[in-house]
Design a protein around this ligand. Sequence first.
Ligand SMILES: Nc1nc2c([nH]c(=O)n2[C@@H]2O[C@H](COP(=O)(O)OP(=O)(O)OP(=O)(O)O)[C@@H](O)[C@H]2O)c(=O)[nH]1
Length: 135
Amino acid sequence: MTTIKPLLVVAAALVDADGRVLLQQRPPGRAMAGLWEFPGGKVEDGETPEAALIRELDEELGIQTHASCLAPATFASEALGDRHLLLLLYVCRKWQGIAHPHHATALQWVRPNQMYALEMPPADLPLIGLLDALL
Ligand SMILES: Nc1nc2c([nH]c(=O)n2[C@@H]2O[C@H](COP(=O)(O)OP(=O)(O)OP(=O)(O)O)[C@@H](O)[C@H]2O)c(=O)[nH]1
């Protein structure tokens, strides 16, 4: 029997005062290059999901937030190569600093209904309608 190891990833829908959400574009030379994704990344051993997301937001965007500002919103479950991706999506409306693309090719602020026109990872597609209904 094949054993499938889950891959735990956390990501944030950072929402601004106008209800727009921050997406970042994956850089060239990596899996899913050019696609637009929510900032975040893998949860490392010994980390809580919230600590991982706070770390990733600082590393990727240079913004700081707190676990109390991360509201669990929804999740995605999708085959990813020989792993199975479980992506926990949080909504965050409060942070310090201005987001800059430290790793991404570009950033953009979009309303959820504008995401349908963007190329996003397959796991993210079911999240669009859920975010649209939630925000
Ligand atoms: N951050 C983020 N990752 C996503 C999204 N959707 C999605 O399928 N993923 C996948 O979840 C994993 C995120 O981990 P990561 O960003 O640390 O992984 P990576 O492969 O880019 O970096 P690595 O060099 O650390 O392995 C990637 O396989 C990525 O393709 C999303 O909206 N945001």
